[in-house]
Design a protein around this ligand. Structure first.
Ligand code: URA
Length: 434
């Protein structure tokens, strides 16, 4: 066991509001990963950083120290452009499921690593587990093999990629320092940089169904993440987009896979489709596959309508051990036996929707927190209305499926606010940083 590390000087400096140099952030991260740092001092430093703030340079140094805490994925043997995307999380966010195969069908290589689900949002890995046989625990070699063969792979982030993040995140969770923009940005960007892509699109969500409550906070986070990525030599762009209602018309695990497959089959052109088209076009243009987003949109539509995006999805599912028939037979995803209907109590307009509470409700429908039982991946909700819609008394607002759905009807109803004043539907993309 090496000597314990004393971080008191760093805590003092940060407490006074000073900038910490790159060596200080490396000392902190090494100390955490090697188990030499006193967690009380790390917690104090995190709190001081959260309260006194960190500038862009500090955020960059912390990010790079975190990247260096583990291995990096080497994608250099794969065809270019190598694209990646990250969402800051929201409900009904099935973008990865649609976009990864769609971009590969347009000629890009997409290696997407996903972490565990955070809070009220369902994680991509859980969604993919709804596909019979699908494996996400691929080692680096298998990951590269699938990416080379198919052009697309979605897998769990292994423990040797940015090990510092797991420990720091756990401490931030315990000490109520999760929401610091610099700490979020370094956590996200360290994983993106270590994952090896050349071009990264950040999908920064704002609204009641996201972690960022307002546009100013989301913009600050987006700018900081873009800055970190560019300092690290990556091409990075960000869209700040609305999460005032679920992106998909279905919220859940298997249900979101089902919706993603409908988009890939070219059958559904709702919010999920439009958002994927916007984000994907920016990525393809930034990756140099098209001269600009307009041309990229045309390419994406051609590949979708030609059935190529769906074909890549089927090949990716097969290469990762899943049953590729699922792309045409959604019944293979399973269906929850119990259902409850949520009816509108009055005439009016759907003015707002509490996506955060609804997200927790969906997790409960799946049995989350019920004594370590596996999640019921068929659980979820079918949304029947959108923000701004004129609604009538006794109209169906949504259908709940899963464990004891009737017990959640009251809670579900309270997530919808119906009033007399009409409201416009929110725009999908609020800001672009390209
Ligand atoms: N997502 C992450 O990966 N890290 C954070 O700190 C917040 C969201």
């Amino acid at each position: 066991m090496e000597d314990p590390l004393d971080l008191r000087d760093l805590v003092e400096l940060k407490k006074q509001g000073n900038r910490l140099p790159s060596g200080a952030w490396r000392r902190l991260v090494h100390g955490v990963v090697e188990g030499r740092a006193d967690e009380r001092q790390v917690a104090a430093l995190l709190m001081a950083a959260c309260l006194r703030g960190m500038d862009e340079e500090e955020a960059f140094h912390l990010t790079m120290a975190m990247v260096e805490s583990g291995k990096r994925l080497d994608l250099s043997s794969l065809p270019t452009p190598r694209l990646d995307k990250h969402s800051t999380g929201g409900i009904g966010d099935a973008v990865t499921l649609v976009l990864v195969p769609w971009l590969a069908a347009c000629g890009a290589t997409v290696v997407k690593l996903s972490g565990a689900s955070l809070g009220f949002t369902g994680g991509t890995l859980d969604k993919l587990r709804a596909i019979p046989g699908f494996r996400t625990d691929l080692g680096a070699e298998e990951l590269l093999r699938v990416a080379r063969k198919v052009g697309a792979v979605i897998a769990a982030q292994g423990p040797d990629l940015v090990p510092a993040d797991k420990r720091l995140y756990a401490l931030r969770d315990l000490t109520s320092t999760l929401e610091s923009p610099a700490l979020i940005a370094s956590s996200v960007m360290s994983k993106k940089i270590a994952a090896g892509a050349d071009v990264i699109a950040l999908d920064v969500k704002v609204g009641m169904g996201a972690f960022m409550p307002d546009l100013a906070a989301a913009r600050e986070l987006a700018l900081l993440m873009v800055d970190i990525g560019r300092r690290a030599g990556k091409r990075v762009l960000a869209l700040v987009s609305s999460m005032d209602q679920p992106l998909a018309g279905r919220v859940g695990y298997a249900l979101e896979v089902e919706e993603a497959l409908e988009v890939l089959r070219g059958e559904l052109r709702g919010r999920l489709f439009h958002h994927c088209l916007e984000l994907g076009a920016e990525l393809l243009a930034a990756g140099g596959l098209c001269s600009g987003p307009g041309e990229a949109r045309d390419l994406m539509l051609r590949q979708l309508e030609g059935g190529y995006a769906l074909e890549v999805m089927a090949r990716m599912i097969e290469a990762q051990g899943g049953d590729p028939r699922v792309v045409e037979e959604p019944g293979l995803l399973g269906r929850a036996s119990e259902e409850a209907i949520v009816l509108c109590p009055q005439d009016g307009y759907l003015q707002s929707f509490d996506g955060r509470r609804f997200g927790w409700l969906v997790r409960r429908l799946a049995g989350y927190g019920a004594g370590g039982r596996p999640l019921n991946l068929a659980a979820g909700a079918l949304m029947r209305v959108s923000l701004g819609d004129r609604v009538e008394r006794d109209q169906v607002l949504c259908i709940l499926r899963g464990e004891k759905p009737e017990e959640e009807v009251g809670e579900a109803l309270s997530c919808f606010r119906v009033g007399e004043e009409p409201v416009p539907p929110p725009p999908l993309v609020l800001e672009r940083i390209t």
